[in-house]
Design a protein around this ligand. Structure first.
Ligand code: C2E
Ligand code: CA
Ligand code: CA
Length: 537
């Protein structure tokens, strides 16, 4: 069907011309056999005349008008039965009317087509440079280039310099000259567009992975001739390969090539090719620069993972942060917390988390579910002299109950022997908060030094527990840790329990609390009460 439509579109003039020509004798016969020109059927002739005007313009319209006028003129009887003929004035006048209709429809349809063409060009091309714009790219079909494509950004570094010295108009002409050079050089079908004033994007078929990059990098005979003046365009190129044309149309690949071109510029390279590490560097930079806004705009949000007591009751929840970034989508904490932790932004983030969790705890308590929620801290929070003062302030502002909040710190943090850690922990403890040691088993797993800190819980890391099923000595070690913790009045949480088998083993060790996908993945704040009700049904 599609093929048929394509054929019709391609040959529409031929098809329309044939229909018009065939219809002329048809209309003659119709008028003749319905009694002659006296009757209404002669008006049918307007149809081929109008069609000819619309499709073939002024000449086509007038030609068909003359043929139609003559066919319905001297050779057509007024009344066939009586054998009477029309007066000359009669058919000449009709011929004139036909001519006016054919001529006018032809003239105006041609004009409209011209205006339409100009509008289309304005819509899809930059007026100043006559280079296709984004609309042009988006209007192309998804399979305009089949197979994989090579995508590049050519970023003009010396735009401002050219404009200052030679003027904006000249710069636009230079850009157009660059465009013409590129389109001639790169394989067909290609698509070169100008998204902004200082760069062009190009897409071309790539049969050999990144090999075609040479074509683009060869464009670096950077002298362009504009109206007899040689101008040196200094540009940096970013190149990425193996993308379908359809994906190009959602534009994200150009974000990568833009970044690569910028990378090439800042590192004084002629071009940079897609490489994860380069983009990662940019990506991290991007993320950090918008993180503070993300906190203020609630792009970040908390989810909560249930902690279940061994008697099958919901004990509480661990709060975990998420970031719904407008460009990169949902970002998990492991992908941004290390970055944030490397800057002072971590203080802002932890304060934000604490406030959110205090509010959630209070909201739950008010609804009759006064369960503890835990909050993960960073090492920088522990070493921050002002941290506990800020926590105290937020606690008062939010009217929070410290007894129902657990701060989690990892075992590895404590390995760094910093006197401020103890001060912070003891102040938090004195305010009424509880403390848990997170990821126990990832560090040196020494319970002895835990005694030096005011701790309430230890959370055994999931990697430690994963081995339980296959390693009997590991089972004994964990069991010993649980027993020792109990003797020290610590409660033990088993983290990351995913299966019934591991759960059974953990229960056999007398572990107090369990957290893991077996019970639930982290859930959104609004669903906590529902989760408790459903779980305890
Ligand atoms: P964590 O504190 O050890 O948190 C537990 C992580 O294990 C969570 O990952 C959780 O979704 C995941 N998990 C829980 N049960 C299972 C399971 O059964 N199987 C598996 N495979 N994974 C399970 P998430 O949310 O991606 O958090 C990763 C880490 O990011 C956290 O590890 C914590 O160190 C850090 N983090 C998360 N939220 C915050 C926060 O608000 N502040 C700070 N400072 N760190 C946070
Ligand atoms: Ca944790
Ligand atoms: Ca953990």
């Amino acid at each position: 069907m599609e093929a048929l439509i394509k054929i019709i579109r391609k040959n529409h003039k031929l098809i329309a011309g044939s229909i018009i020509l065939l219809s002329m004798p048809g209309i003659y016969l119709l008028v003749y056999y319905t009694g002659g020109i006296k009757y209404v059927y002669s008006h049918t002739m307007y149809i081929p005349i109008l069609l000819a005007g619309i499709i073939f313009g002024f000449k086509g319209g007038t030609l068909i008008a003359i043929v139609g006028g003559i066919l319905l003129g001297p050779i057509m009887p007024l009344e066939v039965d009586l054998g009477t003929y029309q007066e000359t004035l009669n058919w000449v006048y009709r011929l004139m009317i036909f001519l006016v209709i054919g001529g006018l429809s032809g003239y105006y349809s041609k004009r409209l087509r011209k205006i339409n063409k100009i509008n289309e060009r304005l819509f899809s091309h930059h007026v100043e440079t006559d280079i296709p714009n984004l609309n042009y790219l988006l209007s192309l079909s998804d399979d305009y280039i089949s197979g994989s494509c090579l995508v590049s950004t050519i970023y003009i570094n010396n735009k401002n310099h050219i404009i200052d010295v030679l003027g904006l108009d000249f710069y636009h002409k230079a850009l157009n000259a660059l465009y013409l050079t590129i389109t001639k050089l790169i394989p067909q079908p290609n698509c070169v567009i100008q998204p902004e004033n200082d760069k062009v994007w190009l897409v071309m078929p790539s049969k050999y992975g990144l090999k075609e990059k040479d074509i683009i990098t060869n464009i670096s005979s950077k002298e362009i001739n504009v109206q007899g003046i040689k101008v040196y365009l200094d540009y940096s190129i970013g190149i990425a390969g193996n993308t379908s044309f359809k994906d190009c149309k959602n534009l994200s690949v150009f974000k990568d090539t833009d970044k690569l071109a910028l990378y090439a510029k800042t590192n004084n390279l002629p071009y940079a090719i897609y490489d994860k590490s380069i983009l990662k560097e940019r990506y991290q930079f991007d993320l950090l620069s918008v993180f503070s806004d993300a906190l203020n705009n609630d792009e970040t949000f908390m989810v909560y993972q249930p902690v279940i007591r061994s008697d099958n009751k919901v004990e509480g929840f661990e709060s975990l942060i998420r970031w719904n970034n407008s460009v990169y989508g949902l970002i998990m904490p492991n992908d941004f917390i290390p970055l944030v932790e490397s800057t002072q932004l971590i203080h802002q983030m932890t304060d934000w988390v604490i406030r959110k969790v205090f509010r959630k705890q209070k909201e739950m308590a008010d609804a009759g579910y006064d369960l503890p929620l835990s909050i993960n801290l960073s090492v920088k929070n522990l070493s921050d002299m002002n941290f506990s003062t800020r926590v105290n302030k937020i606690m008062k502002e939010e009217d929070a109950n410290p007894k129902k909040v657990i701060f989690e710190i990892t075992e590895t943090m404590l390995l760094k022997d910093n006197p401020q850690f103890r001060v912070t922990l003891e102040t938090l403890k004195a305010l009424g908060f509880k403390i848990a040691i997170d990821d126990f088993g990832k560090g040196y797993s020494s319970i002895s030094y835990l005694c030096q800190y005011p701790i309430d819980y230890i959370k055994i890391d999931r990697f430690f527990l994963n081995d339980l099923q296959f390693n009997t000595s590991m089972f004994e070690i964990v069991k010993a840790i649980v027993n020792l913790s109990h003797q020290l009045n610590l409660e033990v949480v088993a983290e990351g329990v995913e299966t019934k088998e591991v759960l059974d083993m953990i229960k056999a060790m007398d572990c107090d609390l369990v957290q893991g996908y077996y019970y639930s993945k982290p859930i959104e704040g609004i669903n906590l009460v529902k989760y408790i009700i459903d779980f305890e049904k």
